[in-house]
Design a protein around this ligand. Structure first.
Ligand SMILES: N[C@@H](CCC(=O)N[C@@H](CS)C(=O)NCC(=O)O)C(=O)O
Length: 253
C-alpha cells in the first residue's frame, strides 16, 4: 500500500502527486495542513524527522524528500518510465531534479513573505515560540523566526527572484535540446521543475514573459496539456479535506 503525507498547495507535494498520477498508482491520501503546523506534530516527526512534507509510506516504510520519493517510485514501479535510459539524458534529468530542490528555498522565501507571514503573526508569542522549538531543521527555524519578526526585506526578496530567474534562464537554454528538460523524453526533471515554474507564474508572471522565455513557455503549455498535470494542478484538485473551522495549535502538536 502507498500512503502519501502531503499538503495540497505545496510545490513538493505536487511533484510527488504528479509522479504517482503519471504512473497510474493509487495511494491513500494523508493530508497534512502546513498552515496548521501539522507537520510539527509528534506522530509526523516520527515519520519525517526533517519536519517537512511530503512523505511516502510504502508498506510501512517511510521515504522522504520529493526527488528521493520520485526515484524510489521509479525503481519500484518502472512502468511507464519517467527516467531516461540514456546515461547522458539521465544525468540531465538529475541535474534538473537537483536544481528544483536547490532553488526551492528561494521560492519558499518569495511565497512565505506574501502568504505565511500573515498566518504566523496571528499567533500569540508563546505559541510561536513553541512552534519554533519543534522545528527540527535549524535553517527552517531561523527562516520562520525571520518571518515572524518582520519578514525579509526588499533586497532579499529580489535576490530570491534573481535566483529563480537564473534557473529559468538555464531551462530556456537546455530546452533547445528538448522538447523536454532531459531531452527527448518526458521525465522526473519536468515534473520537478513544473512545480517551481508554476509557482513563479503565480507569484510574478511578468518575469517569465514569452518574448524572453519562448521555450520555457512552450514547455509549460505542453505540460499543461497532459491529463495527469491537469488533474494535479487544476483548481480544487489539491485534495484538501474539509476541516473544522477552529483548529488550535495545542490540539495538533
Ligand atoms: N526539497 C524538499 C523540501 C521539502 C519542503 O520544504 N517542504 C515544504 C513544503 S513544499 C514544507 O514542508 N514546509 C514546511 C516548513 O518549512 O516548515 C522535498 O522536496 O522534500
Amino acid at each position: 500500500m502507498l500512503e502519501l503525507y502531503h499538503s495540497g498547495l505545496s510545490t513538493c507535494s505536487k511533484q510527488v502527486r504528479l509522479a504517482l498520477v503519471e504512473k497510474g498508482l493509487p495511494y491513500v491520501s494523508r493530508y497534512i495542513e502546513l498552515q496548521h503546523h501539522e507537520h510539527l506534530g509528534d506522530a509526523y516527526l516520527e515519520l519525517n524527522p526533517w519536519g517537512v512534507v511530503p512523505t511516502l509510506v510504502h508498506d510501512g516504510r517511510p521515504i522522504v524528500n520529493s526527488a528521493a520519493i520520485a526515484e524510489y517510485l521509479e525503481d519500484r514501479f518502472p512502468d511507464p518510465p519517467l527516467r531516461p535510459s540514456d546515461p547522458g539524458a539521465r544525468s540531465r534529468m538529475r541535474l534538473w531534479t537537483w536544481a528544483a530542490d536547490t532553488v526551492h528555498p528561494a521560492l519558499q522565501n518569495a511565497t512565505y513573505d506574501g502568504v505565511l507571514k500573515r498566518k504566523m503573526t496571528d499567533l500569540r508569542p508563546d505559541e510561536i515560540e513553541r512552534l519554533l522549538l519543534r522545528m527540527p531543521a535549524p535553517e527552517r527555524r531561523e527562516r520562520m523566526r525571520r518571518i515572524v519578526e518582520g519578514g525579509f526585506d526588499r533586497n532579499e526578496i529580489e535576490h530570491a527572484f534573481e535566483r529563480l530567474g537564473f534557473v529559468a534562464g538555464r531551462a530556456e537554454e537546455d530546452l533547445a535540446d528538448g522538447p523536454w528538460l532531459a531531452g527527448e523524453s518526458y521525465s522526473l526533471a519536468d515534473i520537478a521543475m513544473l512545480a517551481i515554474v508554476h509557482r513563479m507564474f503565480e507569484l510574478r508572471p511578468a518575469m517569465l514573459d514569452r518574448g524572453r522565455f519562448p521555450r520555457v513557455n512552450g514547455w509549460y503549455d505542453r505540460l499543461m496539456d497532459r491529463p495527469a498535470v491537469r488533474r494535479v494542478y487544476a483548481a480544487g484538485t489539491d485534495e484538501t479535506p474539509p476541516r473544522p473551522a477552529q483548529h488550535t495549535i495545542s490540539g495538533m502538536v
